[in-house]
Design a protein around this ligand. Structure first.
Ligand SMILES: [Zn+2]
Length: 201
């Protein structure tokens, strides 16, 4: 049994970036934890984004934690590092999933860089892609989530306060997962792609 920690700067990032993989890890008997760094107050909606995030985490019985860093102003410095270190100390994860350094959203990049410090003793770190990840993202670790794609679509849909965004549509979520399957020459499958930041065995 592994302990897994997925870190999202905002309430919907984990769902978009790695929910299928988290669902698979949970089903396979691992302990899955979600940490969301902001309440997403800078996004659209009515301030219910924390409730949406709690509800989607519950789909796979992930342990859910939310912090209150300032949306759009997440720093890569001591404030964010100490928040992350608190959870690394508490959970002692074997694997951590974070946004990519190639992401165009400043909060996502800051989360990546703060995680590099806070996760220095973690043996496995993987970066996921989000709708704001740049074209330079080149995954080299692929997880077949075919059995979990409907759950991922459902989890994304729970974030209905952000639902007007095209990348949250069923066809967009499935389209990216199908595209990542084609990346590794798999037909009729759905896949999430990750950038391996560090693996120690
Ligand atoms: Zn985000």
């Amino acid at each position: 049994m592994n302990k897994i920690l997925a870190v999202g700067p905002h309430p919907d990032d984990i769902e978009l970036g790695c929910f299928g993989t988290m669902a698979r890890y949970a089903k396979e008997g691992n302990e899955v934890n979600f940490l969301v760094l902001t309440t997403g107050e800078g996004g659209t909606g009515d301030g219910n984004r924390n409730k949406e995030a709690i509800k989607s985490a519950a789909l796979i019985k992930a342990k859910f934690f939310m912090e209150n860093l300032k949306d759009r102003f997440i720093s890569e410095g001591p404030e964010t590092i100490s928040v992350l270190e608190k959870y690394i100390d508490m959970i002692k994860p074997d694997k951590v999933f974070i946004p990519s350094a190639t992401d165009t959203h400043q909060d996502h990049r800051a989360t990546f860089h703060a995680s590099m410090v806070a996760c220095r003793t973690v043996k496995e770190i993987y970066a996921y892609e989000t709708p704001s990840t740049s074209r330079n993202f080149a995954p080299n670790f692929f997880v077949d989530i075919t059995d979990y794609i409907e759950l991922k679509v459902k989890a994304v849909k729970i974030h209905s306060s952000q639902g007007g965004k095209g990348y949250m549509a069923d066809r967009a979520v499935k389209g990216l997962a199908e595209y990542r399957a084609f990346d590794i020459l798999l037909n009729d499958r759905y896949v999430e792609g990750f950038d391996i930041i560090k693996v120690v065995v």
